[in-house]
Ligand binder design. Structure first.
Ligand code: TRP
Length: 354
């Protein structure tokens, strides 16, 4: 019906373990408010996840867990299309076409590629060539070409659906720029085909920072376990991590630039409870950090308890998850085939005889 006239949003997440409250508050909760105004596609990108070392059994488990976490966090499958990337034909096909209009140098210049390569013991040099950071690295590792191609596959994820807008974190800004460049280059080379996707990037104020180093974003891959709150952490664990969060030597409970730890706790409290930071500051006047932390912990636990209960039900109900993924993949595939067919025609491929 009116479905066709709604703008399309698409976003994806890698199925790498558990979602953090940063993912929940900074991203998923916002997506959940868009379900009625947009035609929504939410992908779990398992093919991106194999660019780094992984265990197949874990990938399978984490992918399903990620789907269940999405739904538990409020992505209603009745009002959105939740799918697994490897279930839809077209992501890698389009990535191949796009790779043929992507200069290698553009990929070697990507910040995340450099970071990932550096972890493997490589530097990207002046001329974009890969160099070992130390001789020992040569024997230990190599940079696989999937890691380099990662942003092209991501561009394909987006363009395959002709998405109007893509909600992503600030760390994905450069990848989205590349996607827009590729769409423009394709349109220019072959004629108007792709919608140029707009990034939806949340404001910095809504960012949830590490509990141990509030200058850095809360991250699921943080080496320090107590820096990050996962949405599936037991209530006891959540409380323990919050009670040991970094604050400062003063005692005033206010959000201020020179008090990043306290500001972060207030931000978490506010987003979790729906109360404004100002109202919380007012109600905690004269109290100490211990009270603040206890209140934050109560708010976090209260918000996450129903999410965790729903998750437990979902992950035990394989048939339901499969039905969600089946209809998600069908809707995604339908749209993907339409775009891919058009792309193949424009690229000069002979139409498949029917
Ligand atoms: N690279 C993104 C991340 O790590 C995940 C991703 C893959 C993505 N394909 C996408 C995000 C398409 C948005 C749209 O967060």
């Amino acid at each position: 019906m009116s479905e066709a006239s709604k703008p399309v949003i698409l976003t994806c997440a890698q199925p790498t373990g558990q979602l953090t409250i940063g993912n929940y508050l900074g991203a998923i909760k916002n997506w959940a408010t868009m379900l009625d105004d947009y035609e929504c596609y939410f992908g779990v990108v398992d093919m991106h996840a194999i660019t780094v070392k992984y265990t197949p059994a874990d990938l399978r488990k984490n992918t399903l867990s990620c789907v269940a976490q999405y739904i538990a966090c409020g992505l209603d499958p009745a009002r959105s299309n939740i799918f697994i990337q490897s279930h839809v034909t077209g992501h890698t096909e389009l990535a191949w076409l796009l790779s043929c209009i992507t200069p290698i140098g553009d990929l070697q210049r990507m910040t995340q590629f450099k970071e990932k390569a550096a972890k493997l013991g490589f530097n990207v040099g002046e001329g974009n060539e890969l160099k070992f950071t130390h001789e020992g690295a040569r024997a230990q590792a190599s940079v696989n070409s999937g890691l380099l191609m990662y942003p092209v596959l991501m561009a394909a994820d987006i363009l395959l659906y002709n998405a109007d807008a893509v909600p992503v974190g600030n760390d994905q800004r450069q990848h989205l720029e590349l996607c827009r460049d590729l769409a423009q280059r394709f349109n220019h080379t072959y004629s108007e085909t792709f919608t140029i996707p707009e990034p939806f990037i949340p404001e910095a104020g809504a960012r949830i920072m590490s509990l141990q180093d509030p200058g850095r974003k809360m991250s699921k891959s943080d080496g320090n376990q107590s820096a990050t709150l996962f949405i599936l952490d037991e209530p006891g664990q959540l409380r323990k991590k919050i009670m040991s969060a970094v604050t400062d030597s003063e005692s005033e409970i206010v959000a201020r630039e020179d008090k990043p730890g306290v500001s972060n706790l207030l931000q978490i409290y506010s987003t979790m409870s729906g109360r404004s930071v100002a109202a919380i500051e007012e109600s905690l006047k004269g109290e100490g950090y211990g009270t603040l932390k206890k209140d934050v912990a109560d708010a976090v636990v209260a918000q996450l308890e129903p999410v965790q209960a729903t998750y437990k039900e979902l992950i035990a109900d394989k048939a339901y998850l499969e039905s969600v993924l089946k209809s998600g993949a069908e809707a995604a595939q339908k749209r993907a085939y339409k775009v891919l067919g058009k792309v193949y025609r424009k690229a000069g491929f002979v139409e498949r005889p029917r």
